[in-house]
Design a protein around this ligand. Structure first.
Ligand code: SF4
Length: 424
C-alpha cells in the first residue's frame, strides 16, 4: 500500500468540512447555521479520529458492518468503523471519488447490478483508500448485495472476518438468537484487544448511547408537530453524523444540541413555511445540493421523516445484565441502518403505516435505489396502499450515491412535477 489510507477522507476533512465550519462560525448564513455548524463539527471529529487511528494504529481498527452498533467494540477499547456510513460522506463531499471507486470495482469484474454501497467500498479498497483492518465483522443481513460484497472484501483485505447470522423476524426470540452470537464473539474481541471483558465498562458505554438515543427520541417527537420545527436540511445529515459514534460522549452532546435547538424553535414558534409534509422512504440522493433544503425552500415541502432517521428511533437498552445488554444491542443492530430490509414485507410495511399516523404526512416519496432488490419488490405494496388510502405517492429510480445514474436535476424535476400534478 503506497498511498496513505483515507487520503480522500482527509481531503474532505481539510478541503470541505473544516472550511465550512470556519465559515459557519463566522457567519451562520441562516437560522439553522448554529446547528449546521455542530453537524459539520461532529462529522469532522469522527473523520479526524478515523484518519488518525488508520495511520497511527494506537488502537486496533475494526471494520464492522452496519447491522451492528459500536458499543461492544468500544468496551474493549477497539476502534469501530462502519464503512457503509462513509459512502454517503464521499457521495456528498467528493462525488468524483464515487465514480472512481465504482469504476474500479466494475473494471475488476464485479457486476454492475451489485448495490453501489458495496461497489464503493470495494473500489475504495482497490484504490488503497481503506486501511487494512485488524478484524472485519459482518452479518447475514441486510441483503444479498452485502453478502457477496463482503466476500469480495474478505479476498481483497488480508484480515480475519467474523460472521454473525441475522434472524428474519423482529421479536424477542430473534434478538436472543443474535445476542447469543454476540456473546460467542466476546472471546474473539478479548483475543484481539488483549483485554478481559469488563461488564461494567460495557454498561458505561451502553448508558452513554442510551442518553444519546433518548435525545433522538425526543427530537423525533418534535418532528411530529405541525408545523415541524426540525430544520429539514439538517435531517439529511443526522444519520451520517451519529451512526459511527454511539456510546461516545461527543455523540450524546450532539444529539442533545439537536434536540435543544429543535425544542427552542418549537417554543419560539419560529416560522417554518411548512405547506406539505413529506415522508421519504429509502435513502434520498446524497450528492449535490441538499435535496430536503431545496424542497423546503421551493415548495414549503418539509421532509418530516425518512428511512435513515427512522433507523435512529430505538428504545434505550436495559443495562441490568449482560443478557439484557446484548439483546438490546442485537435489537439496535438489527434495526439500525438497513437492517430492517431483512424483515418480511408485512413488518416493513407496518413501520410505513406507523409513519403515516405519527407524522401526519401529506404525501410519500420513494426513491428506489438501483441494485437494491429489497426496496424494489415493496414498491407495488406501497403503491396499492397509497391508492387505497388516497395518499399522493411518488416513486422514481435513482442511485443515492452515484449521480451518473440519475442526475439531481432529473430528481428535482420529478419532484416538482409531482407537487404540481397533485396540486399539493
Ligand atoms: S441499499 Fe439495499 S442492496 Fe444496498 S446495502 Fe442497502 S439493503 Fe443492501
Amino acid at each position: 500500500m503506497d498511498k496513505k489510507p483515507f487520503a480522500k477522507l482527509e481531503e474532505i476533512l481539510n478541503g470541505v468540512l473544516k472550511p465550512a465550519a470556519a465559515t459557519l462560525s463566522q457567519n451562520p448564513l441562516s437560522n439553522d447555521g448554529p446547528l449546521m455548524l455542530k453537524t459539520v463539527e461532529i462529522m469532522s471529529r469522527n473523520i479526524e479520529e478515523a484518519v488518525d487511528v488508520a495511520r497511527n494504529r494506537q488502537k486496533k481498527f475494526v471494520w464492522h458492518e452496519f447491522c451492528l452498533t459500536p458499543e461492544l467494540f468500544l468496551a474493549f477499547d477497539l476502534y469501530p468503523f462502519v464503512g457503509e456510513t462513509h459512502t454517503s460522506i464521499y457521495a456528498r463531499y467528493l462525488q468524483d471519488a464515487i465514480g472512481e471507486f465504482i469504476d474500479a470495482t466494475e473494471n475488476a469484474g464485479v457486476p454492475p447490478e451489485v448495490c453501489s454501497m458495496d461497489k464503493v467500498l470495494i473500489g475504495a479498497i482497490l484504490s488503497d483508500e481503506i486501511p487494512q483492518p485488524d478484524l472485519i465483522v459482518t452479518t447475514s443481513a441486510p441483503c444479498d448485495s452485502s453478502r457477496i460484497g463482503y466476500q469480495v472484501m474478505e479476498k481483497l483485505l488480508d484480515a480475519p472476518m467474523h460472521r454473525l447470522d441475522a434472524p428474519f423476524t423482529n421479536d424477542a426470540d430473534a434478538f436472543k438468537y443474535y445476542a447469543g452470537q454476540m456473546r460467542n464473539f466476546i472471546p474473539v474481541l478479548e483475543e484481539l484487544s488483549g483485554k478481559k471483558f469488563d461488564i461494567d465498562r460495557l454498561r458505561e458505554i451502553v448508558e452513554e448511547s442510551n442518553r444519546a438515543l433518548e435525545y433522538l427520541l425526543e427530537w423525533d417527537l418534535l418532528r411530529r408537530l405541525r408545523p415541524s420545527p426540525a430544520p429539514p436540511s439538517i435531517l439529511l445529515n443526522v444519520y451520517a453524523a451519529v451512526n459511527n459514534c454511539f456510546g461516545k460522549p461527543h455523540c450524546t452532546e450532539y444529539c442533545k444540541a439537536l434536540y435543544e435547538f429543535t425544542r427552542e424553535r418549537a417554543e419560539s414558534g419560529a416560522a417554518t413555511g411548512e405547506k406539505i409534509r413529506v415522508v421519504w422512504q429509502h435513502v434520498p440522493p446524497q450528492f449535490g445540493d441538499n435535496i430536503y433544503g431545496w424542497m423546503a425552500d421551493e415548495f414549503g415541502a418539509v421532509v418530516v421523516d425518512d428511512t435513515r432517521c427512522g433507523y435512529l428511533r430505538q428504545a434505550p437498552i436495559d443495562t441490568s445484565s449482560l443478557d439484557s445488554m446484548l439483546q438490546g444491542l442485537a435489537r439496535h443492530g438489527l434495526n439500525m441502518t438497513m437492517g430492517k430490509n431483512r424483515l418480511p414485507a408485512r413488518l416493513y410495511m407496518a413501520d410505513f403505516l406507523r409513519a403515516r399516523q405519527d407524522y401526519s404526512l401529506d404525501c410519500v416519496i420513494v426513491s428506489a435505489h438501483a441494485g437494491c432488490k429489497h426496496c424494489w419488490p415493496l414498491i407495488g405494496i406501497y403503491r396499492d396502499f397509497a391508492r387505497t388510502e388516497n395518499i399522493p405517492f411518488l416513486v422514481f429510480d435513482d442511485d443515492f450515491l452515484d449521480s451518473r445514474v440519475v442526475s439531481l436535476a432529473t430528481v428535482k424535476n420529478k419532484i416538482e412535477q409531482f407537487f404540481r400534478t397533485m396540486k399539493l
